[in-house]
Design a protein around this ligand. Structure first.
Ligand SMILES: NC(=O)c1ccc[n+]([C@@H]2O[C@H](COP(=O)([O-])OP(=O)(O)OC[C@H]3O[C@@H](n4cnc5c(N)ncnc54)[C@H](OP(=O)(O)O)[C@@H]3O)[C@@H](O)[C@H]2O)c1
Length: 266
């Protein structure tokens, strides 16, 4: 792979997760990283003093030098920005991380034949543990895919999908972490009812989740792990029965469906 000259438009948490991963894991493939926002110079000063990169508040002047452009700004900022970008691009790979903005939208708003891609990390990207999804447009070559894989590798694991699949699965990989944190909050609250202080309650629940996830990562089927904990007719089985009586699986199904409905603007 040739070395890459990457321009970030947007300098927030997601941009930082991407370029910090790149600089840690793939520095030999990076010729330059330029990061831009519209006006927050303090943020740019912080990034420049922390990472090996250039900063600017004038992204337009940096487009010609870049061979990859990463859009790391809010979804609603894309339409006006793409109008300006369309006049300046010359075949660069354009990648967005914005919710709901697939490669077909980028292609429709950029010059013909522009290679376009959509990557959808989750918040664990900031610690290199994302489960990211990505989809590519019609003009993405094998070499572009290598660049995308390099970007994604810096944030954790990634799964290539169709554009439609990214729309459907972002609820699972991007939003369901909030469901899991809600489960953790609820369990911590219950733990505190037994006269346990906040810190200890949190420690009990967090390590329980961490160990359980490590068991899952080991590859054993979730249902087998559940059965290992659940003696038939025992105490855990009584607790699970409550979840089943409240149709836990249906609640999860409905939560994912509601997330997708909203994400599609319905
Ligand atoms: N955070 C996540 O876990 C996560 C996960 C997956 C995807 N995403 C997506 O990643 C994108 C960025 O999220 P984030 O969490 O990094 O947000 P953030 O921390 O709020 O940063 C947003 C950045 O975009 C810039 N920006 C805002 N409006 C802009 C505009 N009109 N034109 C150009 N730049 C603009 C902001 O700087 P200025 O206002 O100074 O320009 C800022 O640097 C969003 O589209 C989000 O959907 C986020």
């Amino acid at each position: 792979m040739n070395t890459q000259r990457i321009l970030f438009i947007g300098a927030g948490r997601m941009a930082e997760a991407i370029f910090s991963g790149l600089l840690t894991m793939s520095k030999e493939h990076i010729e330059s990283i330029t990061v831009s926002n519209r006006s927050d110079e303090a943020r740019l000063d912080y990034l420049k003093s922390t990472y090996d990169l250039q900063v600017t508040t004038d992204w337009k002047s940096a487009v010609a030098h870049a061979n990859v452009i990463v859009l790391a700004m809010p979804p609603q900022a894309h339409e006006p920005l793409l109008k300006e970008l369309a006049a300046l691009t010359a075949g660069q790979l354009v990648v967005t991380v914005a919710a709901g903005i697939g490669p077909s939208y980028l292609e429709a708003n950029l010059p013909a034949n522009t290679p376009a891609a959509w990557i959808m990390p989750n918040t664990a990207a900031t610690i290199g543990e994302s489960m990211s999804l990505y989809a590519v447009g019609q003009h993405v070559t094998d070499e572009h895919e290598e660049v995308l894989e390099m970007i994604l590798k810096g944030m954790g694991e990634a799964q290539k999908c169709t554009e439609e699949e990214v729309h459907n699965l972002t609820a699972v990989t991007g939003s369901a972490p909030a469901f899991l944190y809600y489960f953790a909050e609820s369990l911590i609250d219950v733990t505190k009812k037994f006269n346990i202080d906040d810190e200890t309650a949190k420690q009990l629940v967090v390590q329980m989740l961490y160990g359980s996830v490590a068991m899952l990562k080991g590859g054993t089927e979730p249902s087998d792990l559940r059965e290992q904990v659940t003696t038939p007719g025992g105490a855990t089985a009584e607790g699970l029965k409550v979840l089943q009586n409240h149709d836990f699986a249906t609640i999860i199904d409905e939560a994912i469906a509601a997330t997708n409905k909203k994400a599609r603007g319905n």
